[in-house]
Design a protein around this ligand. Structure first.
Ligand code: FMN
Length: 397
């Protein structure tokens, strides 16, 4: 691991976690991740912007040693979650003169979670500045992306904006900057879906605040993944993802124990394709839930496919409905297809689970046993109904 120079006065001193495959015991990380920590030097003082996950603290300390840091004046905490702040107790022990610079919401979270001494804090508010000697740090409060405590830090003269989780993505690489546009759009969208989509109106507002910063910004430096040296690119993506625009697209997360639901899914997939609608059947058992989350950013319709199990939906189908609801999927329409043997409450159960989404429910098709030709005709009717809805909806491209 090495120290990587970003500008004359800023270096990356974080850690790469190539092997991490799950975040928050929930989010799959197919590409690992990084914990970005940045060293900012002034003529008189030195600051560290965020730390790293505690499992990587030795990497951070080695990097600080390699960067020749003997005295650290400030550690700026842009967000109190432990993957950025968990190394603080050890850091404060190692650098006894170091003060924590953060907002009052983050202070509350940090003192509760990490038992830090309140005397070590320097609390900042919106637009407050710290002069390190020719290098000025300016802070901006951008709450709820994705905790109530989030803020940005701008190194004014260096034209570098540190946004912590906001505008980040999980992608382990030695490259300092994004240079694989295709892969990067994919991982940034997936990250947006999993972390930021539940707060999309706050994300949009905070994006606007960042766009209105009165100083030049050449580099956006988030706390996960490579940095953005073309800030307009990630800002453009977030403008799209936080808008209410949707694609002419249907996703069908489904599960089927004995094949009946699957026949319906295949038939619906074909019927939608024939009607020029993009469709993605996603077998829940075999699909990374991050991929499903990513589709929820712009898919216009969600169809959940499930057999009946113990009176209700299959637990895996119910989990996806729960996830769509929790992540605040942007879709305008939903329906349910599936099969039962003798009696089913799938529809009520799934509809209840997605009740906080503003969805129009297209009439579900729950059939007894294996679908007949007549049943499959009903599936074609569903495809036709979806086509009509999409065609007449001004929010759908
Ligand atoms: C473990 C298990 C529990 C089931 N519970 C119910 C039930 O409570 N009500 C019902 O109508 N059918 C129930 N069934 C029957 C299935 O819903 C039915 O066979 C259906 O056609 C399966 O669809 P699939 O082929 O897509 O898996 C159950 C089946 C299994 C294997």
């Amino acid at each position: 691991m090495t120290v990587k120079k970003i500008t004359d006065r800023i270096s990356w001193v974080g850690a790469i976690d190539w092997d991490r495959r799950l975040f928050d015991e929930l989010i799959p990380l197919p590409d690992g991740t990084t914990y970005n920590s940045y060293l900012v030097k002034g003529n008189e003082e030195t600051a560290l912007i965020d730390t790293v996950d505690p499992t990587k603290k030795e990497t951070l300390f080695n990097n600080l040693m390699n960067a020749g840091v003997e005295k650290l004046d400030y550690v700026v905490v842009n967000h109190g979650e432990q993957d950025h702040s968990g190394t603080l107790p050890s850091l404060l022990e190692k650098y006894p003169e170091c003060r924590i610079v953060t907002n009052s919401k983050a202070e509350d979270i940090l003192t509760e979670h990490l038992e830090l001494d309140e005397a070590r804090f320097k609390i900042i508010g919106d637009k407050d500045q710290i002069d390190l000697g020719g290098t000025t740090l300016e802070f901006g409060l951008i709450p709820w992306v994705h905790w109530p405590d989030t803020q940005y830090t701008l190194a004014i003269e260096e034209k570098t904006l540190f946004t912590c989780d906001f505008l980040g993505h999980h992608y382990a690489t030695e490259q300092l900057f994004n240079n694989d546009k295709c892969h990067y759009e994919n991982s940034a969208k997936r990250y947006f879906a999993e972390i930021m989509m539940p707060f999309k109106s706050r994300a949009r507002k905070n994006l606007q605040k960042i766009k209105e910063i009165e100083h030049d910004v050449d580099v956006i430096a988030p706390s996960h993944g490579p940095l953005h040296n073309q800030p307009e690119q990630i800002i453009g993506y977030y403008e799209k993802w936080t808008s209410d625009k949707l694609e002419n697209k249907v996703i069908i997360p489904y599960v089927s124990m004995h094949g009946s639901t699957e026949i319906m899914v295949q038939h619906l997939t074909n019927a939608l394709t024939e009607r020029d609608i993009e469709v993605k059947p996603m077998h829940i058992t075999n699909t990374d839930i991050g991929d499903i989350a990513k589709e929820l950013v712009d898919t216009a319709t969600i169809i959940i496919g499930s057999p009946t199990v113990l009176g209700g939906a299959h637990p895996k189908a119910l989990y996806i409905a729960y996830l769509a609801n929790a992540l605040k999927a942007k879709a305008n329409y939903a329906s349910i297809i599936g099969s039962y043997g003798w009696g089913s409450k799938i529809v009520d159960q799934i509809a209840d689970t997605v009740s906080s989404l503003n969805l129009e429910l297209i009439e579900p098709k729950i059939i007894k046993g294996k679908p007949t030709k007549k049943d499959l005709k009903l599936i074609e009717e569903m495809a036709e109904k979806i086509k009509e809805k999409h065609k007449n909806d001004p929010k759908i491209n």
